[in-house]
Design a protein around this ligand. Structure first.
Ligand code: PFF
Length: 468
């Protein structure tokens, strides 16, 4: 068998995994989802899910990947052919997320330029400008095509490591800018209401849907439930400490999300905007903060959106690489052909998603517009079910001692919490996810979409052996 490449360094692995995890999910999606779900209470539930369920599932994914030395589909297949579909479900999730992610990536690119072309000149007009921009039928499409093209070129050339190098510079920059924004935001007059909104949980707003939203957000943000971390784990050296790596990635990802929340909410309240405004939050609040920062405002604003676009890019290439690897490894397609084929399909799904914000806003499938269709199907159903199935697989179909060996590097390092981790993965997490998913699915408005998602999973499971 061919010798597999390993990560050049531990830092290289952390940067790649964090590059996948830290993205639009943290900075664009987390704040508006928290805003729509009542703020502090949602955040508490989110943190609980991240550190109990997310961290355990990440540890499990890394362990399965390193143990099998195979990417997602192959890893499941090698252990048990009936489970191949879990890997394929992950590939499908990646493909569907890529149906809307580049739209928002494109918005980020557009806002780099807009920072200099008058947007910041009239702060009061910023919210309406965003609405007008995304509902336009041409402008956001050009930007999403540019974003998509960057992905296709990078993955077709197999030069993802290049962009990860860029990430090494730009991620710290993004982090620094978020710290700066957070400080500015909490010191604005009138910021107190926003701080209260974040820190004083109001549990009267919590419903089953809140729990499902928090769980979906946790999986989405940590890039879990679709075999990406599993694949990354397959490249990890045998001397690496998996538990520690999982903890570092999870903590970094969460820190960025919390910083984004601190940057957005105090300012939002200070400017008298609505926390429930939805997907526009970051594109409205951040330019408004910079608009009030004097001559350097546009420069900072542009830097912020450059860093956001790069964070989005490092995440989306991990998604595109996952779909591409499936066609290369399991279907025998060449890299270029695979990437161009997937790219062409994504052009269509993304244009539909973008138009669903404007010209096609009246058009729905199973009760949701295109953008929401891809979004809800993945992070409310597929990712959570993917995590649930992975836990069942690890807990019930893998050998406990093998897992202990893998997570302790054959006794060379300690994992004092092994038994707790194992009990979580085997019993608690499957039950918790099943409970949250079922009650969430029942309570959510797009019931037919939820049922459709479940049927897709069942069909995949039935045809599992044919999928790879
Ligand atoms: N974790 C990324 C983010 O927070 O933006 C999005 C993502 C990337 C989700 C890769 C899932 C994934 F497999």
């Amino acid at each position: 068998m061919e010798q597999r490449e390993n990560w050049g360094s531990r830092l290289g692995f952390i940067m790649a995994a964090a590059g996948s995890a830290v993205g639009l999910g943290n900075i664009w999606r987390f704040p508006y989802t928290a805003g729509e779900n009542g703020g502090g209470a949602f955040i508490l539930i989110y943190l609980g899910f991240v550190f109990v369920i997310g961290l355990s599932v990440m540890t499990a994914e890394l362990a399965v990947g390193r143990k099998t030395s195979l990417a997602a589909v192959g890893a499941f297949k090698s252990q048990n052919k009936n489970w191949t579909f879990v890997g394929v479900l992950g590939v499908l999730s990646a493909f569907l997320i890529l149906g809307f992610y580049p739209v928002v990536g494109g918005w980020s690119l557009a806002y780099i330029i807009k920072s200099f072309t008058g947007l910041l000149g009239s702060p009061d007009a910023i919210p309406d400008a965003f609405g007008a921009f995304i509902s336009n039928s041409a402008e956001p499409i050009l930007w999403l095509l540019l974003f998509l093209a960057m992905n296709v070129v990078i993955v077709a050339k197999g030069i993802a490591s290049g962009i990860e190098k860029a990430g090494k510079v730009l991620m710290p920059l993004l982090f620094a800018l978020l710290v700066l924004l957070a400080i500015r935001s909490v010191t604005l007059p009138g910021a107190g209401a926003g701080i209260d909104f974040l820190l004083k949980p109001d549990f009267t707003k919590v419903t089953a849907a809140t729990f499902l939203a928090a769980l979906g957000q946790a999986f989405f943000s940590l890039s879990l439930g679709m075999g990406i971390m599993l694949t990354y784990g397959s490249y990890l050296g045998k001397d690496q400490n998996l538990q520690q790596n999982a903890l570092i990635i999870t903590s970094m990802d969460t820190l960025v999300a919390i910083l984004a929340g601190l940057a957005i909410f105090p300012a939002l309240f200070a400017f008298g905007l609505e926390p429930t405004a939805g997907p526009g939050l970051v594109f409205v609040v951040v330019p408004t903060i910079f608009a009030n920062m004097g001559v350097l405002g546009p420069v900072f604003s542009a830097l912020f959106f450059i860093a956001l676009a790069v964070a989005a890019l490092t995440s989306s290439i991990s998604l595109l690489e996952t779909v591409t690897a499936y066609f290369i490894d399991q279907r025998g397609v060449g890299r270029k052909k695979a990437v161009y084929g997937i790219g062409a399909t994504l052009v269509i799904t993304n244009i539909l998603s973008s138009l669903s914000m404007g010209a096609l806003s009246g058009f729905t499938i199973l009760g949701a517009g295109f953008f929401d269709f891809f979004d809800i199907l993945t992070d409310k159903i597929f990712l959570a079910i993917g995590g649930l199935l992975l836990s069942i697989f690890v807990g019930w179909f893998m050998n406990k001692e093998d897992l202990r060996q893998e997570l302790t590097n054959h006794g060379h390092i300690k994992f004092g919490l092994f038994n707790i981790w194992y009990a979580l993965v085997k019993f608690i997490i499957p039950i918790a996810i099943a409970f949250v998913a079922v009650s969430g699915i029942i309570s959510i408005t797009q019931t037919s979409l939820m049922i459709f998602g479940v049927i897709v999973i069942i069909v995949l499971a039935v045809f599992s052996k044919k999928l790879a």
